[in-house]
Design a protein around this ligand. Structure first.
Ligand code: RP5
Length: 157
């Protein structure tokens, strides 16, 4: 059953958001990927966010660049945890994305990650950690992923 929904404002965000999908793949977490723009496809966003919980999704990862209102709007229409990934923009290097995702007024949280690839990977890891609270198998896979990362760090350059 699909547990994580990865949404992004544009196909141009896929270079970044594919890292979230790859990380979920590595952890064996079923997910779906959709382009859902807050300003270009508002009805699609409404339908996606309001229907997400009923379809069985547990976590939404939302990536957007520039005036990145997608994660906040998604969070406003679902009680599911929403993790926001600021996509690096050309004009302001993703600082605009970061500020517009992280500065949610109190009451509608978006768990905001780092700009770009690191944020996409970490959003997937956080989504997995959330799901692992009630999934022992996933918890073990997540611990193994972390152990492999540790084992891969060289003692010297
Ligand atoms: C946002 O506008 C998207 O999330 C994307 O990061 C940015 C630019 O979109 P495109 O013009 O590349 O489609 O909605």
């Amino acid at each position: 059953m699909t547990q994580v929904g990865i949404i992004m404002g544009s196909t141009s965000d896929w270079d970044t958001m594919s890292h979230a999908a790859e990380t979920l793949d590595a952890l064996g977490v079923a997910h779906e990927v959709r382009v859902v723009s807050a300003h270009r496809t508002p009805q699609r966003l409404y339908d996606y966010a309001t229907g997400a919980a009923d379809r069985g999704l547990k976590v939404i990862i939302a990536g957007a660049g520039g005036a990145a209102h997608l994660p906040g709007m998604a969070a406003s229409m679902t009680h599911l945890p929403v993790l926001g990934v600021p996509v690096e923009s050309k004009a302001l290097k993703g600082m605009d994305s970061l500020m517009s995702i992280v500065q949610m007024p109190g009451g509608v949280p978006v768990g905001t990650l780092a700009i770009g690839k690191a944020g996409a990977i970490n959003a997937a890891l956080l989504a997995a950690a959330i799901l692992a609270l009630s999934d022992d198998g996933l918890s073990l896979r997540l611990q193994a992923w972390r152990a492999a990362q540790t084992a891969g760090v060289a003692e010297a350059p």
